[in-house]
Ligand binder design. Structure first.
Ligand SMILES: *[C@@H]1O[C@H](CO)[C@@H](O)[C@H](O)[C@H]1NC(C)=O
Length: 500
């Protein structure tokens, strides 16, 4: 066996040297060409640099291939453990099994577990690149996340590192979400994408792993069954979601990040998604009456929004979720009492909200494409699929967003609402409104509110007494190209928890 192995290694080395030599000769021939006139020299120089870069790239690819071939050979011969670990540096541990699989010429089916078994049969220890830290007893997730050392780019608090935590389970279509995030993120250093996977679904995990070092995968390790009261059996999914969120947020905030953006695996994001969160970040930090920034508008459908109001933002007492940013301070507050299920309804309760508001946009910066999920498909067909994703890029970091700070906002927004003329629902519906300026529809009871929203195509539900998108009971929307405020009386005293 020994001589064969040596011959193979030597053979591979010879091939590599030959390829390197040929590539080198090619580049020499190019440089030997006739001297160009000065006018063209820059262009030619550029081309040569590019050519050289390509060569370099192919050299390094060759080298990688060489490493792989050697590993393969060593692996086929038995009794050679852990050498491969040193052979490939710079490869994140999670990807190693995937790579190993490719070496078998099996690029289509990326399946770490099958590969692990195969390795076992071949007598080589499973982890291709054992990480020394794995032995210090730290949880896997901590080890994975410990590579994120920076909290601010260049230690500048104006440039916080804000991880995007993508919550995945068993939707392979998570790739749509990841493609968007990767396409639009301005800087991988400032916005590391951490995909947290529950459910242990292999196909989904392989999809996530195929993004290599563009995303970081962490996996919720506790897949044990959750005891659920018999009456809530059908809601078991919500228990799992709450467990997953709690685990992932604990892990990510455990790294000391100042804030994170939470994204579900079925969300598409708008081109200025990151810019939106960067621009609103200082306001979220500064105004303690805010507790989140959300990219979502519950009424963000064509016809109900002003398509030209690209940069219009609101305060909302209703927690929208669906692509949102929270700070570590908030997490520290919620963590000790994180619920077992229905975390989003829980977070909307007065005990958690404490009269704080979220910022939300007029034009949605997220849209959900998932029909199958824990919440029902009917709701998607009836409503969610009409949510319109903003397409224009707004430079929120350059805009003055001070108007969103509570003192300023309560002044101007409430003035705008209560100075607008009142019209009836009938007048609005029949097109009998004489002005194009903003108008107001008044409501005083829950039934009046429900009647108006149903008639106008708005979301009509409440959570902990708060209507969707409402700020101080006011719901702002567009109707027939006109701004309309559905508003309680000016001396509004607070939300009524019995409204549901
Ligand atoms: C930003 O807007 C606020 C009003 O909302 C104003 O008072 C402030 O002067 C503005 N700041 C700048 C730098 O323009």
């Amino acid at each position: 066996m020994r001589p064969r192995k040596t011959i193979l290694i030597v053979g591979v080395l010879v091939i590599w040297v030959l390829m390197t030599y040929l590539a080198f000769m090619r580049s020499v021939r190019v440089t030997d060409g006739t001297r160009p006139r000065p006018a063209f020299s820059n262009k030619l120089m550029l081309e040569q640099v590019q050519h050289f870069e390509q060569n370099l790239k192919s050299f390094s690819e060759n080298r990688q291939n060489l490493y792989r071939d050697i590993i393969n050979i060593l692996r086929r011969e038995d009794k050679v453990p852990s050498v491969p670990a040193q052979a490939i540096p710079d490869v994140p541990s999670q990807e190693s099994p995937v790579r190993a699989n490719e070496e078998e010429g099996n690029t289509k089916e990326r399946n770490p577990e099958v590969d692990d078994q195969a390795n076992g049969v071949l007598g080589v220890p499973v982890p291709l690149a054992p990480i020394p830290e794995a032995e210090d007893g730290r949880p896997e997730v901590e080890r994975i996340l410990s590579k994120f050392q920076q909290r601010y780019l260049n230690n500048d608090p104006a440039f916080p590192v804000i991880p995007v935590v993508v919550f995945a389970c068993n939707r392979i279509s998570v790739n749509k979400c990841l493609d968007d995030l990767i396409r639009y993120r301005p800087s991988p250093d400032q916005f590391p994408i951490i995909v947290s996977q529950d459910c242990d679904d292999e196909a989904t995990r392989n999809t996530i792993l195929s993004y290599r070092d563009e995303v970081t995968l962490i996996q919720q390790p506790d897949q044990s069954d959750i005891p659920v009261p018999p009456k809530e059996k059908k809601y078991k999914g919500y228990y799992k979601i709450a467990r997953h969120y709690g685990w992932a947020l604990r892990a990510v905030f455990g790294q000391g990040f100042d804030s994170v953006i939470l994204v579900e695996d079925d969300l598409s994001v708008a081109p200025d998604f990151f810019e939106y969160f960067l621009g609103t970040y200082p306001i979220l930090k500064r105004d303690k009456s805010l507790w989140c920034v959300s990219a979502w508008n519950d009424n963000g459908k064509d016809g109900l929004i002003d398509n030209t109001a690209h940069d219009l933002l609101y305060r909302s007492d209703f927690f929208p979720g669906l692509g949102w940013m929270m700070t570590k301070d908030l997490w520290d507050e919620l963590e000790p009492k994180w619920p077992k299920a229905f975390w989003d309804d829980w977070i909307r309760q007065p005990e958690q909200r404490k009269e704080r508001a979220c910022i939300r946009p007029e034009l949605p910066r997220t849209r959900t494409f998932g029909k199958i999920g824990v919440s029902n498909g009917l709701f998607f067909d009836k409503h969610l699929k009409y949510i319109k994703l903003s397409e224009e890029f707004v430079s929120f970091t350059k805009n003055n967003l001070s108007y969103l700070v509570k003192s300023a906002y309560d002044d101007t927004f409430l003035k705008a609402v209560y100075q607008s003329p009142v019209v009836t629902l009938d007048e609005l519906k029949r097109g009998m409104v004489m002005t194009r300026d903003p108008i107001r529809i008044a409501y005083h009871t829950k039934d009046q509110y429900k009647r108006a929203t149903k008639n106008l195509g708005l979301m009509d539900d409440f959570k902990s007494g708060v209507p969707r998108t409402a700020y101080r009971g006011i719901v702002s929307f567009f109707y027939n190209g006109q701004r309309v405020y559905l508003a309680p009386s000016a001396n509004w005293k607070g939300y009524d928890l019995t409204w549901s």
